[in-house]
Design a protein around this ligand. Structure first.
Ligand SMILES: [Zn+2]
Length: 258
């Protein structure tokens, strides 16, 4: 159940449980973090090219919260994105269960760990942010995720883009009406943001006109600017992990996991 990379994360996690859900960036600067959920539960999903091409061509910093299954279904795109230093690829559970508020701690850790392993394997990145599917969590689950060294990042207000009836105009207006410095904006990049590709250029233009800059979550929380390691390979990562596990007594490992 517990993957090797997952153990690697646990070993690195020296932070006490904070139980503080992040819903905005800790700053009064005129910045917003664009975040896009790439959810996949059963049916295979793919990147919304309209959104992706716009962001990449404009080099606008953005964060993808991908489920492990989405990462595996879209490995070539994820690998390509992982080469871009204005993109962060973060953890949105393994297969996107909407009921994680009812999960045991062990089941929560399994969801996070499996997705973490997939992101490390495919992207060569160490994710540090987690978003619960549909935003459903309980206090024990939140603490369990944080005990891995993760920050749980949700939002202050939702764009509403997975609702087909929310046309581009509505998304643009809702953003203008609600946005404040430090906001974490949430959209969907898996085809379920029905009018997001159409609305996004207008939202970006409007925010820029209002003096906002786009930033990564990691510019303000967690490890600043985590980058794919240039020498990363599965072999070297596994070797490092093996070295760590050899050095760490099993009892210490188990006590962290309890
Ligand atoms: Zn989702």
């Amino acid at each position: 159940m517990v993957g090797r990379f997952f153990l690697f994360v646990i070993l690195l996690a020296a932070v006490p449980a904070r139980a503080d859900l992040v819903t905005r960036l800790p700053t009064e600067e005129r910045v917003v973090a664009l975040t896009f959920d790439a959810c996949e539960a059963g049916e295979k999903m793919a990147f919304d090219r309209g959104i992706l091409d716009f962001l990449v061509q404009r080099k606008i910093p953005f964060t993808v919260f991908a489920s492990g299954r989405f990462v595996e279904s879209n490995s070539a795109d994820i690998q390509a994105l992982a080469q871009l230093d204005f993109v962060d690829i973060e953890n949105h559970s393994w297969n996107h269960p909407n009921t994680m508020h009812q999960f045991s701690t062990e089941a929560v850790l399994d969801q996070v760990g499996r997705a973490h392993d997939a992101i490390v394997r495919v992207a060569g990145r160490q994710p540090q942010f987690f978003r619960f599917p549909a935003g459903n969590f309980n206090e024990a689950g939140l603490k369990a995720v944080e005990s891995l060294g993760y920050h749980v990042v949700h939002w202050r207000w939702a764009s509403g883009d997975p609702d087909r009836s929310q046309k581009a105009d509505a998304l643009v207006k809702r953003t203008a009406a609600n946005v404040a410095p430090g906001d974490v904006l949430i959209f969907h990049i898996n085809g379920r943001g029905y009018h997001t590709a159409e609305a996004l250029p207008r939202i970006v233009e409007q925010l820029e006109a209002d003096g906002y800059r786009f930033v990564l979550l990691s510019d303000y929380i967690g490890t600043p600017h985590p980058r794919a390691e240039p020498d990363f390979s599965i072999v070297s990562a596994r070797q490092r992990l093996d070295d760590l596990v050899k050095r760490a007594p099993l009892a210490a490992l188990l006590s962290v996991m309890r």
